[in-house]
Design a protein around this ligand. Sequence first.
Ligand SMILES: C[S@@+](CC[C@H](N)C(=O)[O-])C[C@H]1O[C@@H](n2cnc3c(N)ncnc32)[C@H](O)[C@@H]1O
Length: 318
Amino acid sequence: MGKKDIIKSISYNQHKIIKDIADLYNDGETEFDLDITYSEGKFYGGHNYVNENGEKETLLIKQPKYKCDVAPQFDDVIAIDPWGSLPFDDASIQTIFFDPPFIISPRTCPSLLEDTNNNCKTFRRFSGYYPVNELLDSYKHWMEECFRILKHDGYMFFKCQPTVTGSKELNSHHWIWFVAESLGFDLLDEFVLLTKQRLISGKVDKQQHARKFHSYFYVLKKSTKKKIPYLNFMKNEEITVFVNSFIENNKGRKNGENLKYRNEIKPQTHVMTRNEKEKYFCGKENEETDGGNDFPDYTPPLSIMENASEELLKEDNF
Ligand SMILES: C[S@@+](CC[C@H](N)C(=O)[O-])C[C@H]1O[C@@H](n2cnc3c(N)ncnc32)[C@H](O)[C@@H]1O
């Protein structure tokens, strides 16, 4: 392979990225098994491309074997339910493309219905999610479904893009990495699709964030051997045992020398219940079990750990 042929992580052309994905992850074959957000099928067909040397090329991406969408636009596209299963057996598919909506907006908001200036073109064409957690939940749902139907070494190619909603950055690609790795996918590769043009809303008076001129194609490989269960948090009893034994094990290190932290850290007697955590972090109250009690004396277990490590570091024990 010469320098000119090297596959790069960035491109201004999405068909070039799809061709590169085919070369690296599908033995050069541009026919993929399944696209579950087929829509108008813009990923496929013949496309002109000017390479870095200014030479014209035609990139041919074959139609996928199976096509699905929640709102099919062609007869050969299978209709799927937004929260349903994919109509395929477990471990039966080798490659899947997924290109879901990334816009957060109520589907019935007046500015959308009366969009005379065409500001909401992308939303109306591809739909969107509302509120934010619907997007996160939906992405998780489809990653789980794809994981189920993929063969043991199959690939999911996830097109995603950061956005801004309610004046906050929504870096959904971080969520995708986290959920994917927790399920047992390995994030093998990341292609950045750059663009020179974007629709600019006339509504914004003062810009707060950089307008995003890029999106990603994430390459996720089903790979249970490397699974890291990030989403399996320690149970309360396990945290108590862990913290108490940490303190116990570090008492009197350095041949019984009385370390400074020894008298300052008390063993853990209370750890947050799930309801308490929800209330503390999410402002939720579960009336059934905790009756909305306050817990002003609560000290999160982690703060004990932090104090402990600070003291240990001061003493130069580690
Ligand atoms: C960005 S478009 C896909 C464009 C497509 N790759 C193409 O080349 O034409 C997003 C697609 O996601 C579908 N969609 C909308 N809501 C969805 C949901 N909740 N779950 C899965 N797909 C959804 C839309 O019907 C639309 O076809």
